[in-house]
Design a protein around this ligand. Structure first.
Ligand SMILES: Cc1cc2nc3c(=O)[nH]c(=O)nc-3n(C[C@H](O)[C@H](O)[C@H](O)COP(=O)(O)O)c2cc1C
Length: 191
């Protein structure tokens, strides 16, 4: 799948087949995450690949989202806040969140490119997730998100959510200016 298709067909899936995908595909998607940009090239994320069905069920309970337990696997993304706070002080926390997002998007696109399905789960009880996965109860370790991973059921297959129009999110040179100056008609001759 090319990059444009991987970006445009990615969508949240909340119904999964019972069938397990090849676990190597999940590892490959996690591998894609480490190529994301990171402040000072300090990668502060860990990925816990959960293959134990009972633990996936407990993660569904921790998020109170029962569809999570349908998935054969889950991946839990954890940031070490201390790493960037040591280097960047008060900016450290912002950088940690931003690079988690960048790495996670790589992971999501790489899952989609391999026809694996997931949904970003941001609502959960952090302490509960830490207990299930034996993650130390330190303020430095933040659970960024949980990703149930599996294969999309045919019944659930369909188009993704509608997205904002480009013209509503793009300004040129100054806030709220929707027009490129001078206005140039784009045709094949200058495309
Ligand atoms: C930070 C964040 C937290 C989210 N948390 C949840 C969640 O707890 N449960 C859920 O079902 N979806 C969650 N989502 C998925 C969004 O609902 C979904 O991305 C959005 O509706 C757009 O749909 P799409 O992913 O198919 O484009 C979350 C997404 C993000 C980025």
């Amino acid at each position: 799948m090319d990059l444009n298709s991987a970006i445009k067909t990615r969508k949240s899936v909340r119904r999964f087949l019972d069938r397990k995908p090849d676990w190597r595909k999940v590892v490959k998607a996690i591998d894609a995450a480490r190529f994301a940009p990171a402040a000072g090239n300090q990668f502060a994320l860990k990925f816990v690949f959960v293959r134990d069905k009972d633990k996936v069920k407990k993660l569904a309970e921790a998020s109170q989202q029962s569809f999570v337990k349908q998935a054969p696997f889950a991946v839990v993304v954890v940031s070490d806040n201390a790493k960037l706070e040591r280097s960047y002080g008060e900016h450290g926390e912002k950088y940690t969140r931003q690079q988690a997002g960048a790495a996670i998007e790589n992971f999501l696109l790489a899952l989609n490119a391999q026809k694996l399905a997931t949904c970003w789960i941001g609502a959960f009880v952090e302490e509960q997730v830490k207990r299930v996965l034996e993650i130390p109860d330190s303020d430095n370790l933040t659970i960024e998100a949980i990703f149930p991973v599996g294969m999309e059921t045919r019944a659930a297959a369909g188009r993704g959510k509608s997205k904002p129009d480009l013209e509503n999110i793009l300004y040129f040179d100054k806030w709220k200016n929707k027009y490129m100056e001078p206005q140039v008609k784009i045709g094949m001759e200058n495309a």
